[in-house]
Structures are given as C-alpha cells and as structure tokens.
Design a protein around this ligand. Structure first.
Ligand code: SAM
Length: 232
C-alpha cells in the first residue's frame, strides 16, 4: 500500500475539482436546471446526503463534525443547521470559496472552512467525520489507510461512501477509458465490499472500531454506497 498513490490522486482531484469541473459542480449542487442524466445524479446525491446525515445523532448541538471533502458545502450546511460545529475541508480552494459564499449568514459562525487535505492533523479532533463521495477516487487500500489515519482524531463515528464494484459500474468504468485522458474526470475506483470490510477490520478493529450500517443508493447514473464505522 503506498501513500504516494494517495498524494498523486489527490493532486489530480485538486486540478479537476478546482478548475476543470468547478462550473459543472457549482451547477450540480444548485437548483439550476441540469440535463436529465445529471438530474438523476443530483437526486441520488440528495438521497445519499440525507442517509449520511440521518446516521448522525439527532441532537447535534455543539457536536464537532468534520465534512471531509466538503465540495460546495451542502452537507456542512445541513449539519450546521442541526447545531453541529462543522469543519468543512476540501483540497479544491474554488469549491471551498463557493461553499463559504453559499453558507447562510446565520450559520457562518458554526462552519469553519479550510482548504487542504482532509487528513491534515491540524484540523483537530471531531466527534464524527463524514466523507461523502470524497474517497471514491482512491484505491481501496488508500481508502482504508486514510480512514485509519483519521480514526485516532475521531471519537464516535466515521461515515463515508465508496463506489461498489457492480457489473454496470465496471462497464461505465471501461467505457470511460475510451475517452481521451485530458477530457476525463479522475477515474472512480470501484471497490469490492468484502475487500473493503476486511481491510477496515484489519486496520481498525484493534483500536475499538467496528463496522456499522451500510446503504447503497442507485439513481440513474449515480451509484454510491455508504458505510458507517463506529467506536465501541
Ligand atoms: C465528488 S466531490 C463530493 C463533494 C461533497 N462531499 C459532496 O458530496 O457534495 C469530492 C470532493 O472531495 C474532494 N477531495 C478529494 N480528495 C480530497 C482530499 N484528500 N482532501 C480534501 N478534499 C478532497 C474533492 O476536491 C471534491 O471536492
């Protein structure tokens, strides 16, 4: 397992989300009209965000939440609305700026926006960490390593999503490879659930973490699966 691969992928993601895709991402995360295909993605993402938020405790007043890879800040805003003290971090500075601008003024004191790596220890400690679709571009061993790196700074739960390896996704993945490299988003890394679970158990069980709930969301062109890790 090499963390050099994580850094290399992160740098490509920064270029993509900070420049290439920033407009498309701003549009997808707003109420602006989008294509039928993107509507399915938007609907799926709404369901996934609701799922992850539902896995946090009902009472979030004063609870510290890390929105790891916050993008345009949708989840951070919802968590702050419920009273959480949110740190929203993303490697793409332009998206963080968009998130900062979009955050309702009454919530601004509850969200600290940061540009940088979601694994940066300088971000501090949290009760819960949420990574919605921000680890889907990393190889499974790096996802496990990233969560194991974050774990000592998280007290209660870590919830994240992965792209489950399904025949339909493998086909899309293969089709994506037909496009010229410059036009492509960094590839999503399909993950075999059993391999992910085995890696998480190997790296985290000894420090008191166990695997909790899981839920897959499929909506047109969006497929993503949430997984919860909780401290015993
Ligand atoms: C698919 S977007 C999802 C954004 C947001 N979580 C949401 O669901 O709306 C993935 C985000 O993760 C960010 N990201 C990926 N790797 C990261 C890292 N290592 N540190 C911080 N942000 C990262 C990207 O810049 C991008 O904004």
């Amino acid at each position: 397992m090499t963390f050099a691969a994580y850094a290399e992928r992160r740098s490509r993601l920064k270029t993509y989300f900070d420049a290439t895709a920033v407009k498309a991402w701003a549009q997808l995360t707003s109420d602006a009209p989008v294509s039928r295909i993107r509507e399915t993605v938007r609907a799926g993402r709404d369901r996934m965000r609701a799922t992850l938020l539902a896995w946090l405790p009902d009472r979030l007043s004063g609870v510290r939440v890390l929105d790891a890879g916050c993008g345009a800040g949708q989840l951070a805003v919802e968590a702050a609305r419920r009273g959480a003290a949110v740190t929203a971090v993303d490697i793409a500075g332009n998206l963080v700026e968009l998130a900062r601008q979009r955050a309702p003024s009454e919530l601004k004191g509850r969200i600290e926006f940061r540009v940088g790596d979601l694994l940066d220890p300088a971000l501090g400690s949290f009760d819960h960490a949420v990574a919605m679709d921000s680890l889907i571009h990393y190889a499974v061993d790096d996802v496990v390593r990233a969560l194991a790196t974050l774990a000592p700074r998280v007290g209660r739960s870590m919830v994240f999503t992965f792209a489950p390896r399904t025949p339909a996704l493998s086909l899309m993945h293969a089709a994506g490879k037909l496009f010229p490299k410059a036009d492509r988003a960094p590839a999503i890394e399909p993950v075999t659930e059993a391999r992910l679970r085995a890696g998480l158990t190997r790296e985290l069980a000894a420090s008191g973490w166990e695997i909790g709930r899981t839920e897959r969301v499929v909506s047109g062109f969006y497929t993503s699966q949430a997984l919860e890790l909780v401290r015993r």
